[in-house]
Design a protein around this ligand. Structure first.
Ligand SMILES: Nc1nc2c(ncn2[C@@H]2O[C@H](COP(=O)(O)OP(=O)(O)OP(=O)(O)O)[C@@H](O)[C@H]2O)c(=O)[nH]1
Ligand SMILES: [Mg+2]
Length: 352
């Protein structure tokens, strides 16, 4: 079997966490699996892919463009995974992305008929987004939240550890009514719950190959995309003498970004801070909105002396402000920790 499925879903909904958990679970219980992280940065190393590799996952990345527009590169990558014995490969798309149903599923099928078996087009959603949609006032990003779900063959309600059983049933029922063409299931990627059901859904399920009209490139699409920006910042940080607390360092940067984004009245759907020592010890901190606590995903076990740092920020914020806030927070925190920086990469993109 050469099964491939796209994982879509808004920034921070848990695509990467789910793909890491699923790839490991599937490999152990069903057959060899692999994951691809996809984002737009040019020549960057993605925090998501590095995290997957540090977590011991069979993982790689496709950068420079959405997989929507590089069907040939994607097909080549899939072939190399199937050649090494993989039975399932999953790839995400950028978290504000829509249109992969047409551009990836139909694109691959037209260019390579019969070569890949496409699993259900899978869309992750978290309870916070369901609550926003239910409220009827999800704001200017409604187009993205709603359209991603319209494209789904399979809706995966993630982060169910954050809600009780009654809320979970209500959310699943609401999703089933509002997106009736999709199957729905609930998981907690963090706790590893629901992975059996998700694995079976991907193994047994097929892509519907529907072609919903999602108004791609239309007014609502442009209005939502016009709010989004991305910053990639990569550097080496070395302490001048002794060692330092890498966990506190990442947390301090995240605190500063959160405070400054809030001060300027913007939002930051996802800031990823990933750092690692040459020996493989690593720390990961996430910020998924100024109204939420900063999450420590993984802690350094030992004090640090020299670390590689990847900061990937997705803002609902003008690109120049996001770049200033992220780089200034990283540089000023580094100065406080007396770190010498060698900057490898800085890239900023406005999505509009
Ligand atoms: N409580 C809880 N948190 C989760 C779960 N899954 C993911 N998270 C957290 O949610 C945050 C975002 O998860 P990611 O997997 O990075 O989200 P993503 O969809 O890949 O985000 P982008 O790459 O920005 O599009 C991280 O801090 C995760 O630890 C879950 O099941 N429960
Ligand atoms: Mg991700």
């Amino acid at each position: 079997m050469k099964k491939f499925a796209v994982f879509s879903g808004f920034l921070g909904s848990g695509k990467t966490t789910t793909m890491i958990a699923l790839t490991k679970y599937y490999t152990k219980n069903f057959g060899k699996a692999a994951m691809i992280s996809n984002d737009l940065g040019h020549g960057v190393e993605l925090a998501d892919n590095k995290l997957a590799q540090l977590s011991g996952c069979n993982a790689s990345e496709i950068t420079d463009d959405c997989i929507c527009y590089v069907n040939d590169k994607l097909a080549e990558r899939l072939d190399s995974y199937y050649d090494e014995g993989c039975e399932l490969v999953v790839s995400d798309i950028p978290g504000f992305g829509v249109g992969a149903l047409e551009h990836v599923y139909h694109g691959l099928t037209e260019k390579y008929p019969g070569r890949f078996e496409l699993g259900p087009f899978t869309v992750l959603v978290e309870p916070k987004t369901v609550a926003l949609l239910k409220s009827g006032a999800p704001g200017e990003l409604e187009y993205l939240y709603d359209t991603q779900l319209i494209e789904a063959d399979l809706i995966v309600l993630n982060k169910c550890d954050l809600i009780d059983e009654r809320e979970r049933e209500e959310d699943l029922a609401w999703l089933a009514v509002h997106y009736p063409l999709a199957d729905v299931l609930a998981i907690s990627a963090l706790k590893g719950e629901g992975l059996e059901d998700l694995s079976v859904a991907l193994k047994e399920g097929q892509a519907s190959m529907r072609k919903p009209d999602i108004g791609y490139g239309g007014e609502s699409f442009l209005a939502a995309m016009g709010r989004m920006s991305e910053v990639y910042f990569q550097y080496m940080a070395t302490v001048c003498c002794g060692d330092f607390d890498g966990n506190a360092y990442l947390m301090d940067i995240a605190e500063k970004v959160k405070a400054n984004v809030r001060l300027e009245g913007y939002e930051i759907p996802h800031l990823k801070l990933l750092a690692w020592e040459a020996e493989g010890d690593y720390g990961k901190v996430d910020l998924i909105g100024t109204d939420r606590d900063i999450e420590v995903v993984h802690r350094f076990e030992r004090p640090c002396t020299s670390i590689a740092v990847l900061l990937n920020a997705s803002g609902e914020c003008p690109a120049n402000r996001l770049e200033f806030i992220v780089t200034n927070s990283a540089c000023s925190t580094s100065a406080e920790y007396k770190l010498e920086l060698i900057i490898n990469k800085k890239e900023t993109m406005a999505m509009g």
